[in-house]
Design a protein. Structure first.
Length: 310
């Protein structure tokens, strides 16, 4: 059943309210007594809850499964020993401008007949959101510790197909470099070296290609792709899908000072197959944008999510 326009606006309103609170808190991040006091004054609940969970993790190791409620009402379990998971616990959303912009776009544009592929799901924020709107959701997360809990949270939902695997340009196995914040983990060694993560741990994970995965399955109509610099590998392994079936793509692009040349390899490959790049506006509409996208990202920001359509 299609979600009503009224319900979509209600979700946007809730997102705006909570993101405003999150950004007010994050505005005062950093070392120093004054900033700490400002964080406490601006958002006392977030301030003290952050201290509580950090202390609990540090002292006791913390129970791994903590209940979390997202702004759209979905209740799940997360392991808040991970920095990204703790942010979701504190804010109920992904607390970054580029993520809130993409969240709004999905709320306004996902449809009941969509088949949504979440490539690089991490803790699954966008997967849970897509379940509200879409006919099918295919979830891809290679890190075993995250995948175990993500699969548990999604079990029993007939719309969801869960995959503890990385989408790449080959079927087999690969090293994945693991960051302190799980959302920065990647199978692309070049992006690790470019962003100074040479001391990251690594494990072996399984990989497949998008063209291989879709055999016998419904094709994606919309893909969210956030794989920390491995986007080119994902696209290369899905040439048939992207050149013939034209799914809409939401792609994270890094700024020029943060490895933008890696992102632009993926962008140019999509453009070679006939895709046009679009920026998401403040009103969740799309504005065509050409050239080097990494140069268009605002100062002080590491990345932005762009939409690609034919």
């Amino acid at each position: 059943m299609e979600i009503s326009e009224e319900k979509r606006k209600e979700l946007i309103s809730q997102l705006d309210r909570l993101s405003k609170r999150a950004f007010e808190y994050l505005r005062f991040l950093g070392a120093g007594f004054i900033k700490k006091i400002m964080r406490m004054i601006s958002s006392p609940r977030i301030f003290f809850e952050n201290i509580f969970w950090r202390l609990r993790v540090k002292i006791s190791g913390c129970k791994s499964e903590i209940p979390v409620t997202f702004f759209f009402g979905r209740k799940i379990l997360l392991d808040i020993r991970d920095r990204d998971a703790l942010d979701l616990k504190l804010f109920g959303l992904l607390p970054a401008d580029e993520e809130c912009s993409l969240t709004k776009y999905f709320i306004m544009n996902l449809k009941s007949n969509d088949v949504f592929y979440d490539i690089g799901a991490n803790w699954g924020f966008y997967s849970y959101l897509a379940v509200i709107f879409c006919n099918e959701v295919h979830v891809f997360e290679p890190l075993p510790n995250i995948a175990k809990l993500l699969e548990k949270n999604l079990s029993g939902d007939a719309k969801v197909t869960f995959n503890n695997i990385a989408i790449s340009d080959k079927k087999g196995s690969s090293e994945i470099y693991i960051s302190e914040s799980s959302g920065r983990s990647t199978i692309n060694k070049e992006s690790v070296e470019m962003n100074g993560g040479k001391n990251m741990g690594k494990i072996i994970i399984q990989t497949t290609t998008l063209d291989e995965y879709v055999l016998g399955k419904n094709l994606p109509t919309i893909i969210k792709m956030d794989v920390e610099g491995a986007e080119y590998m994902v696209i290369k392994g899905g040439i048939d899908i992207f050149s013939k079936h034209n799914p809409i793509i939401a792609l994270e692009v890094w700024s020029s000072s943060f490895g933008g040349s890696i992102s632009m390899k993926a962008v140019e490959l999509l453009r070679e197959m006939g895709y046009t790049s679009y920026r998401i506006t403040d009103k969740s509409t799309l504005e065509g944008i050409k050239g080097d996208l990494s140069l268009s990202i605002g100062q002080g920001r590491n990345c932005e999510n762009f939409i690609f359509k034919k």
